[in-house]
Write a protein that binds this ligand. Structure first.
Ligand SMILES: Nc1ncnc2c1ncn2[C@@H]1O[C@H](COP(=O)(O)OP(=O)(O)O)[C@@H](O)[C@H]1O
Ligand SMILES: [Mg+2]
Length: 212
């Protein structure tokens, strides 16, 4: 059965596309079959990323819209993972992604503005969980942490008020995410000892733990 992970936050710039593309690459590199679903029709989404891809060993990236509710299972059948790069703004699409998902990851930078803006998507998740007895599972992922600051500790306290788990792993703010995205790559390309490659491995490991 395909495991569906939706990266959703109706706030733009929270790290959805970066998380979705890097997580998809990481799971693919671990030998799993992956399909990446782009619900984000804006520029700078997973589709634009895949258009730059130069690697030979890749996986499909497809665009979907409201048809995700009806067609995702057909499209993702036979894959180990479907990773959804969630829509910005459009609440209806965000709700459909949450509905389709087994696990929702809500990326948020340590900025209080991002934490407050997550309110919207947390509501969508909670409403869904009430109807379905807890499905999908959901957790925050803190992104673009600036090293050697207290922000990430403070953001954990702020996020705690939402009553959703928070990934232990985080992404730090690094030019490596931007540079590897430019050619449709991922931080894995920088070698297994690169700090960003290590953080993506940890994120993928935690994602897997939600499905044990
Ligand atoms: N960990 C990171 N370090 C540095 N820049 C990042 C990181 N994650 C994302 N970015 C950059 O921040 C911007 C927003 O990230 P993106 O993944 O596109 O967010 P979203 O899809 O939620 O709008 C992009 O320009 C991206 O390259
Ligand atoms: Mg995006």
């Amino acid at each position: 059965m395909v495991k569906i992970v939706a990266i959703v936050n109706t706030k733009g710039g929270a790290g959805k596309t970066t998380t979705a593309t890097n997580l998809a690459c990481q799971l693919h590199s671990e030998g799993d079959s992956v399909i990446l679903v782009d619900l984000d029709s804006d520029q700078g989404s997973a589709s634009s990323w895949s258009a730059e891809q130069t690697a030979e060993d890749t996986f499909p990236v497809i665009r979907m819209g409201k048809n995700i509710a009806r067609d995702l299972h057909k499209v993702a059948k036979g894959y180990d993972w479907a990773i959804i790069d969630g829509a910005p703004r459009v609440d209806e699409l965000a709700a459909l992604a949450v509905k389709a998902a087994d696990l929702v990851i809500v990326p948020s930078t340590p900025s209080p503005y991002d934490v407050w803006a997550s309110n919207n998507v947390v509501d969508i998740i909670k409403v869904r969980q009430e109807i379905t007895d807890g499905k999908p599972k959901a957790a925050f992922l803190v992104t673009m942490v600036i090293k050697n600051t207290k922000l990430s500790k403070e953001v954990n306290e702020a996020l705690a008020s939402y009553d959703l788990p928070v990934f232990k792993a985080k992404t730090t703010r690094s030019v490596s995410y931007i540079e590897t995205a430019k050619y449709g790559g991922s931080v894995i390309d920088l070698g297994e000892n690169h700090p960003c490659a290590i953080e993506m491995r940890q994120i993928a490991k935690e994602v897997r733990e939600y499905f044990l």
